[in-house]
Design a protein around this ligand. Sequence first.
Ligand SMILES: Nc1ncnc2c1ncn2[C@@H]1O[C@H](COP(=O)(O)OP(=O)(O)OP(=O)(O)O)[C@@H](O)[C@H]1O
Ligand SMILES: [Mg+2]
Length: 280
Amino acid sequence: MDPASAPGGPAPTACIARLSGVVYAVGGRTVFDGLDIEIERGKITAIMGPSGTGKTTLLRLITGQIRASAGRVEVDGEDLGGLNRDGLYRLRRRMGMLFQNGALLTDLDVYENVAFPLREHTNLPEALISRIVLMKLQAVGLRGAARLMPAELSGGMARRVALARAIVMDPKILIYDEPFAGLDPIAMGVVLRLIRSTNDALGLTSIVVSHDVQEIGILADRAYLLSAGRVAAAGTPATLSADPAPAVRQFMAGEADGPVPFHYPAPDYAEQLLGGEVPA
Ligand SMILES: Nc1ncnc2c1ncn2[C@@H]1O[C@H](COP(=O)(O)OP(=O)(O)OP(=O)(O)O)[C@@H](O)[C@H]1O
Ligand SMILES: [Mg+2]
C-alpha cells in the first residue's frame, strides 16, 4: 500500500508531478525556456501543442530519460535531479508508458509482449504471470488475441496491446504519447474509453500527449498548451477553447495562419539558395 495513503499517514498531495522553471536545450536549440507544469493526482492531464514544440521531450523529462539543464522536475515525491541510476530505475517502475510509435516487440506474440515487463522486473511464477497477463488483456478486450503476432494486429489493436503492457506492472502514472494517431473513429472511441476507464478503475494518474483537440476536449480534466518553449495556456479544455490569445486560438481552431510558425528555424532562404549553401 502507498504509505502516503495509509490511515493516519500524511495526506497525499494533490500534485503527483511538478516541473518548475524547466530549461532544456538540445543540439543548440532551446526546447524549453522556463516551463511550469503541475500534474494532478488521479486526473487525466493533456499536453497539447504543435508538432516540434517538445511534447515528447517533456515526457522524456518526466520519465527521467533526459535531464533538465535548469529548473526542477519532481515526480511522486522525488526530485529527479537528485536521483542516481537506481533511484531513477525504481521511479520508472511506477510509470507506464505508451510510446508514440507503438513499439511492440515484433518477434514476440501479444501474450509475451504483455508479459515482458513482468519477466524483466519480477521473479513471479509462471502461473501468476499468466493470470496477470490474461487480466490485463481482458481489460483491453484482447484476451482472445493472446497468440497473435504484432504483424497480425490492426493499428487500434496494437495500441490496446501496448496499453495492456503499460499497465501490467500496476503503475501509478500512465503516460500516453499520441494515443489517437492514425486510428479510425471507432478505434479512436475505444481508445478514448479505455484511457478513461483505466484511469478511474485503477486509480492512477494519466498524462496524454496529443494534438487531437476534439478528443482531448472529451477526455482530459485539465490541459496544457505548449508553444515556443513555454506554457501558452492551461485549464480545462473548455477554458482553452474559449481563450482569445491568437497562439491558443490558432491551435485550438486548427488555423494554418497565425503566430505559430510553419517553418522550423532556418537561415535566410534567398541567401541559402543563391549562395549554393549546403545545410550545416
Ligand atoms: N535528441 C535530439 N537531438 C536534437 N534535437 C532534438 C532531439 N530531441 C528532440 N529534438 C528537438 O526538440 C524539438 C521538440 O521535439 P519533440 O519530439 O519533443 O516534439 P513533439 O512536440 O513531440 O513533436 P510531434 O508532435 O511531431 O511528435 C524538435 O525541434 C526536435 O527537433
Ligand atoms: Mg512527439
